[in-house]
Design a protein around this ligand. Structure first.
Ligand SMILES: C[S@@+](CC[C@H](N)C(=O)[O-])C[C@H]1O[C@@H](n2cnc3c(N)ncnc32)[C@H](O)[C@@H]1O
Length: 462
C-alpha cells in the first residue's frame, strides 16, 4: 500500500527508490498520487525518473513531473523542459513548463523567458512576465515588458500596467475608507437621483443596492425610447461610481421585461435589460464580479405558458419567467479585496461576520413581496443577504431608486447607515409612514428632505 509516509521515507533515501516505485506502477492515478505527495525535494534527489515521465501519455503525469522538476532548484535540466514545450499540446502542461523555468530565478533563462512572451496563450505570456519580473531592474527585460502595455490581451495589459505604469492615486475622498459624511447618514431625498447626487462628494458610499425602473413596463417611469432609458441608467451608475469608495460594490437587480403589443397585428417586445445595461457599466469602470439569480415560485409570476399549453406548436413556446438577476460589480481598482477589509478595525470585522446559514450558491430562492402601494418592492430577505454579504457594520448603503425604502430599513436593522433617493412624492410619503421613529430609527432619526433642503445641508457641510 502506497501511503504519504512511505513516499516521504523513500524520498529521503536518495538512492532512486522513488523512481523504482513509480516505474512499477501501471496506473497513472497512482503515479500522480506519488508525484503530488513528494513535497519539497531533498538537495541530492535522484530526479532522472522525472525526466522520463515527460513523455508519459497522460498529460496529468507530465504536468506533475514538470512541477517536480521545477522544484529541483539549481539542478533543473531546462533544455529537457524546453524540448517538451516545443511539442506539448496540453496548455496546462505548457504553462507549468514556463512557470517552472521562471521559478529557477536564474538569469541564464532570460532568453527563453523572453521567447515565451510571443506565445499565443496569454496565460503563458503572464507566466513568462512573472518569471522575468524577478529581473525587473535588467534594462533588456524592461525594454521587452513595457511595450506589452499594448498587448492584445487584457490580462497581460493589466499586469504590465500595474507593474510599470500604475501610480498610487491618493484617496480623493477626504475621509477614511470606513467613514462617511454626517449629512448623508440616514437621509432620504425626494428628488431625481441625478439632481441629488450633484451634492454628494466623491467616495462617500460603501454599497449600492438598487432595482431601477423597468423601462416602460410600469407606470412610475416613462422614457422616450429604450436607448434613452439605458443612457439614463448609464448616467446614474456613472455618478454612483464617482460617489462609491474605492473597490466597493454595486448590485443591480433587473430582469428582461415585456412591453405588450400595440395591437393584434403586432407582437410584444422583450427587452433584455441586464444584458444591455452590462456593457455600459463595464465601460464606465465597474468590474463585473457575479451574476446572482433570484428564483421565485412559479405560482407568483405572470402566466405566459398558457397559450403554448393549448397549442403545443414549436416556436410559440413562452416559459414562465421565474428569475431576476442581481448583477454584482466592483468599482475597478488595482487593490485587492483584502485592502478594503483591512481598512476596518478588528471589532467591526468580527461583528460583521456572516452567521451560519448563508447562501452558498448563486441561485437565491426567495418569495417576492406584494405591496398595496408600491408595485415592485424588494423582499426584505433579498436586501438582508446583499447588505450582509457586501457591507460592514457602520457602512453607508445607497439606493438611488428607493421606492418604499426597503433597502434603508433593512440597512438600519443590520446596523448599517443608508442614503436614499426617490423621485415620486407618493412613494416618498409612503416611506415616511413606514419609518416608525421609536422602532426602526431609534438611534439616528431618519431625515426626509426635499432637494432644496438637501442642497442646504450639503452646502453647510461642504
Ligand atoms: C423598482 S422601484 C424600486 C422599489 C424598491 N426597491 C423597494 O423596495 O421599494 C424603482 C423606483 O425608482 C423610482 N424612480 C424612477 N426614476 C427615478 C429617478 N430619476 N430618481 C429617483 N427615483 C426614481 C420610482 O419612482 C420607483 O419607486
Amino acid at each position: 500500500m502506497i501511503t504519504k509516509d512511505l513516499i516521504k521515507e523513500l524520498k529521503h533515501k536518495g538512492n532512486g527508490e522513488i523512481g523504482d516505485l513509480i516505474k512499477n506502477q501501471r496506473d497513472s492515478g497512482t503515479i500522480n498520487f506519488i508525484l503530488q505527495s513528494l513535497g519539497q525535494l531533498p538537495y541530492n534527489f535522484d530526479s532522472s525518473f522525472l525526466y522520463e515521465l515527460l513523455t508519459h501519455k497522460h498529460h496529468q503525469v507530465r504536468l506533475n513531473a514538470v512541477k517536480n522538476i521545477g522544484k529541483l532548484n539549481g539542478n533543473t535540466d531546462i533544455s529537457k523542459l524546453y524540448e517538451l514545450y516545443e511539442t506539448e499540446t496540453d496548455t496546462s502542461v505548457k504553462r507549468e513548463i514556463v512557470s517552472s523555468i521562471g521559478r529557477q530565478r536564474n538569469i541564464v533563462n532570460k532568453p527563453l523567458l523572453l521567447k515565451f512572451l510571443n506565445d499565443g496563450d496569454p496565460k503563458i505570456v503572464c507566466q513568462a512576465i512573472r518569471g522575468l519580473l524577478v529581473f525587473e531592474k535588467d534594462k533588456e527585460v524592461e525594454a521587452y515588458l513595457k511595450p506589452l502595455l499594448n498587448h492584445p490581451n487584457e490580462m497581460v495589459r493589466t499586469v504590465i500596467y500595474k507593474e510599470y505604469y500604475a501610480v498610487t492615486i491618493p484617496n480623493t475622498g477626504t475621509i477614511p475608507h470606513q467613514e462617511t459624511y454626517e449629512f448623508l447618514k440616514n437621509v432620504v431625498v425626494n428628488a431625481d437621483v441625478l439632481q441629488a447626487l450633484k451634492y454628494v462628494p466623491e467616495e462617500s458610499i460603501h454599497l449600492t443596492f438598487t432595482s431601477p425602473p423597468y423601462y416602460n413596463a410600469r407606470d412610475y417611469s416613462i422614457y422616450p425610447s429604450y436607448k434613452a432609458y439605458l443612457e439614463f441608467l448609464e448616467e446614474v451608475f456613472l455618478e454612483t461610481h464617482r460617489i462609491t469608495k474605492e473597490g466597493r460594490f454595486l448590485i443591480v437587480n433587473t430582469s428582461p421585461v415585456i412591453i405588450p403589443r400595440v395591437s393584434r397585428s403586432h407582437s410584444s417586445k422583450r427587452y433584455g435589460i441586464p444584458f444591455d445595461l452590462h456593457p455600459y457599466l463595464v465601460k464606465n469602470g465597474w468590474e463585473f464580479i457575479d451574476d446572482i439569480i433570484w428564483l421565485k415560485p412559479e405560482a407568483s409570476v405572470k402566466n405566459r405558458i398558457g397559450g403554448f399549453m393549448q397549442h403545443r406548436k414549436p416556436l410559440g413556446y413562452k416559459p414562465n419567467a421565474v428569475t431576476e438577476y442581481l448583477m454584482v460589480y466592483r468599482k475597478s481598482t488595482e487593490k485587492l479585496l483584502d485592502w478594503n477589509i483591512r481598512s476596518y478595525d478588528w471589532q467591526t470585522v468580527e461583528s460583521s461576520k456572516v452567521a451560519d446559514g448563508y447562501e452558498t450558491t448563486n441561485v437565491w430562492k426567495i418569495d417576492p413581496c406584494f405591496d398595496k402601494v408600491h408595485s415592485a418592492i424588494f423582499p426584505v430577505e433579498l436586501c438582508k443577504r446583499v447588505i450582509q454579504y457586501y457591507s460592514y457594520k457602520g457602512d453607508l448603503v445607497f439606493d438611488p431608486f428607493s421606492g418604499s425604502g426597503t433597502v434603508g430599513r433593512t440597512a438600519k436593522a443590520l446596523d448599517r447607515l443608508f442614503f436614499l433617493t426617490e423621485k415620486e412624492p407618493k412613494y416618498f410619503e409612503y416611506m415616511k409612514t413606514k419609518a416608525k421613529p421609536d422602532e426602526i430609527f431609534n438611534n439616528r432619526q431618519t431625515k426626509f428632505v426635499s432637494l432644496e433642503e438637501f442642497k442646504t445641508i450639503a452646502n453647510d457641510i461642504n
